[in-house]
Design a protein around this ligand. Structure first.
Ligand code: UDP
Ligand code: G50
Length: 460
């Protein structure tokens, strides 16, 4: 704790999990806390999974010299899972015992610790032992949180076995969501990383001092209400919606795309499946056909391997020379990492064909860009359902999970045309942008939530 003009200021340490989808909201939260005069130490697990993460960290620390970086050197470990990000989460967790000396060396001493929901079971026992209040930043939707918080009791009951008949996930007679939205690994009988993670992490998250979630009240009123009214858990930790976490200034300037500059307002569709989802080659080809036949302008970020993109196959090999030439007529193909915030905030961009990773959803809301949802796996159908219900976009449910079927170029084209031409969706989306800005603006719901937390932390 330190003082400034006699006023105590909180010192908060943040520990993010693996992958850009977890790192980005932590960086944004750090920037937001600094703007509220909170002292921030940012703990960076080292090494990172991707080059993109280490680059984002360098740019971030260069623009925020007042944030202290503390490297957390991870142990070497075996790779147990096919997913490099899941492996890395395990690695961070198994290095947890190296945290106490790192934390005790920090000055002034910490008032609060904030970590990711995927790390709770490793971190919370450690911070509890030194009586350090610990909050969890939940980087997915509040709707996903309803499932996450109830999963241990669902898994320990007959609720999941009974699904063949009911098709609806219920907790104490409360309908949470249809089975069809649930990340498939959570419904499997056999053990897998996600099931284990949901049971272990959820069980610890409920012992935290509170949960921060990157969403806003008007966007997810129902799910936040279910949690805070004690319908999901009898005594939930306090859940505070603090989103959309605003992008920080240097995010936008990191890279630019001059191609967009002379395109008419709202005419470009941005196509991306996030930082860790690669479509199958035949689906990439159909998507290329769909984009061309839609007649829309587009920026297409093609990803054909799961970690960094630069070292992948040549794109032309994947989609073929002829298609490649035709795609160039109307669109721009990018194979490297793009600065998504720069693209979504560009006036030329009107639509987003998205996998509905939660950060992408919040960024679309923040910028008033409508989504054509194409969830692929994990929490993405739950998120797409939120998008569709609130009117931020449309979702063709029959497209299924990744690899379930090959969606044809003709169908993709038709849905793109519908979405890009939908005037009422455009207007609705602008309303959501206004709501998003209001939530984090002075006196808005997210602003109030965070202000109350910080004033509490200043007294710790
Ligand atoms: N992102 C980006 N450029 C890319 C791909 C992704 O800036 O080429 C960012 C995107 O803006 C978001 C994050 O990386 O902040 C991805 O998180 P999200 O939750 O959308 O999906 P995930 O990658 O975790 O599946
Ligand atoms: C990644 C993934 C599958 C998946 C999810 C991913 C989520 C997010 C929520 O992020 O559901 C989540 C909460 C707690 C946890 C893991 C993930 O331990 O590939 O379903």
């Amino acid at each position: 704790m330190s003082s400034s003009g006699g006023r105590k200021l909180a010192h908060v340490a943040l520990l993010p999990s693996a992958g850009m989808g977890h790192l980005t909201p932590f960086l944004r939260l750090a920037a937001l806390l600094v703007s509220r005069n909170v002292q921030v130490t940012f703990i960076t697990p080292h090494p990172t999974v991707s080059l993109t993460e280490s680059r984002a960290l360098s740019t971030f620390f260069a623009s925020f010299p007042q944030i202290k970086q503390k490297q957390f050197h991870l142990l070497q470990a075996e790779k147990n899972s096919f997913d490099p990000f899941f492996n890395h989460i395990e690695l961070i967790k198994s290095s947890g015992h190296l945290l106490p000396p790192l934390l005790s060396a920090l000055t002034p001493s910490l008032s609060v610790f904030i970590t990711d929901m995927t790390l709770a079971s490793a971190v919370i026992p450690i911070t509890q032992a030194i009586s350090l209040p610990t909050y969890v930043l939940f980087t997915s939707s509040a709707k996903m949180m309803t499932l996450f918080l109830s999963y241990p009791s669902l898994a320990g009951s007959r609720a999941l076995d009974d699904l063949e008949e009911t098709g609806v996930i219920k907790i104490r007679n409360l309908e949470l969501m249809p089975k069809s939205l649930v990340p498939p690994p959570l419904l499997q009988k056999s053990d897998n990383f996600l099931k284990k993670s949901f049971v272990e992490e959820s069980g610890k998250v409920i012992e935290s001092s509170g949960i921060l979630v990157n969403t806003f009240v008007s966007f997810e009123f129902e799910s936040l209400g279910k949690i805070n009214d004690g319908e999901v858990l009898e005594r939930p930790p306090s859940v505070v919606a603090i989103g959309p976490l605003p992008p920080y200034d240097s995010e936008k300037s990191r890279s630019q795309l001059a191609w967009l500059d002379d395109k008419p307002a709202g005419s470009v569709l941005y196509v991306s499946f996030g930082s860790r989802t690669a479509l199958a080659r035949d689906q990439i080809r159909e998507l290329g056909v769909g984009l061309i036949t839609s007649g829309s302008r587009f920026v297409w970020v093609v990803k054909n391997n799961i970690v960094d993109k630069e070292d992948g196959q040549e794109l032309e090999e994947v989609i073929g020379h002829e298609l490649m030439e035709r795609v160039k007529e109307k669109g721009l193909i990018v194979k490297s990492w793009v600065q998504q915030e720069y693209i979504l905030s560009h006036p030329a961009v009107g639509g987003f064909l998205s996998h509905c990773g939660w950060n992408s959803v919040m960024e679309a809301a923040w910028n008033g860009v409508r989504i054509l949802a194409w969830p692929q796996n994990g929490d993405q159908k739950v998120n797409a359902d939120v998008v569709e219900r609130i009117g931020l976009g449309t979702w063709v449910r029959s497209w299924g999970w990744s690899g379930e079927k090959l969606v044809s170029g003709a169908e993709i084209a038709e849905r793109i045309r519908e979405c890009m031409g939908d005037e009422s969706l455009r207007i609705q989306t602008l309303g959501i942008k206004e709501d998003a800005r209001k939530a984090v603006g002075f006196g808005g719901s997210s602003d109030k939530g965070l202000t109350e937390l910080i004033s509490k932390w200043n007294q710790f």
